[in-house]
Design a protein around this ligand. Structure first.
Ligand SMILES: [Mg+2]
Ligand SMILES: [Zn+2]
Length: 274
């Protein structure tokens, strides 16, 4: 599934901040890898916005918004969680708001479908959110056991109730925010799994996302693979532009999705091919 070189992408000693939720023996030799972004892909909101909406004003003050530096969203998120704690938004309030975020339409059915085909699919989350939010949401929805790995920024609450965030890794990809390149994560995971499985790689790799930082990992996909891009969201728009400029950088099939059913339909056809 992974053809072509790793042009311009060199990892710089990434600290491993992954959380292993489950590793069912039945998924050990799954033919396919399915990767999910979290915010606005699995869930219907951006969890950063959800927690800002807990403020009485439902918005951040201008001085805080003005402090954002392009490409340093992670640093900004740290300032936001500090501000939320100062404003009296507790850990319980944050986590309960995250639990209540509805899944995107058709996503629970898609997860049921994937669970019923767990001999075929290994599932991972690749997200620039954080461990506390993702684990809380997955556990609340009874989905934690489905995912073999969650790649996201490590987080914990300090004594004052502030959510502390650590950058996932460092990398040298010029296209990605400084704390996370999802392509580096995907390439390393696929290579590690192939080794762990005695040289057996995935037949196909699938990636479902919505955001601009979901484009980079799809550059690692081959012609057998598919990039599920939420229709009319930044990932889809950027990939359409790349296709229109006849760029050959994306080899995977671009499959726009509106609901999880669009992804399920595509995967159901792939399973039948054999
Ligand atoms: Mg997203
Ligand atoms: Zn990147």
């Amino acid at each position: 599934a992974f053809r072509g070189g790793l042009a311009g992408v060199i990892t710089v000693t990434p600290p491993r901040l992954t959380v292993s939720m489950a590793s069912s023996p039945t998924t050990n030799n799954a033919r396919f890898l399915m990767c999910f972004d979290f915010d606005e892909t699995m869930i219907s909101e951006n969890s950063d916005n959800t927690v800002v909406n807990l403020l009485p004003t439902k918005q951040l003050p201008k001085w805080l918004l003005d402090s954002y530096r392009e490409g340093h969203y992670h640093e900004f998120s740290g300032k936001v969680t500090a501000y939320l704690a100062e404003q009296g938004i507790t850990k319980d309030a944050l986590l309960s708001a995250v639990q209540k975020i509805p899944p995107n339409a058709g996503m629970l059915d898609l997860f049921r479908f994937l669970q019923s085909h767990q001999q075929d699919f290994e599932l991972v989350v690749v997200s620039d959110a954080n461990t506390c939010f993702i684990e809380t949401w997955l556990e609340h929805n009874g989905l934690g056991h489905l995912f073999r790995k969650i790649f996201t920024n490590s987080s914990h609450f300090d004594d004052s109730g502030r959510l502390m965030l650590q950058p996932f890794h460092s990398h040298s990809c010029p296209r990605c925010p400084d704390n996370m390149c999802k392509q580096v994560i995907l390439r390393e995971y696929v290579a590690d799994r192939e080794k762990e499985r005695g040289g057996v790689g995935f037949q196909r790799v699938f990636y479902a996302g919505d955001g601009s930082n979901d484009v980079c990992p799809t550059r690692a996909l081959g012609p057998q693979d598919a990039a599920f891009a939420r229709r009319d969201y930044p990932m889809h728009k950027l990939m359409m532009e790349m296709q229109q400029s006849e760029s050959t950088e994306i080899k995977a099939n671009l499959v726009p999705w509106v609901t999880g059913a669009d992804i399920e339909d595509y995967l159901a056809k792939i399973i039948k091919e054999r």
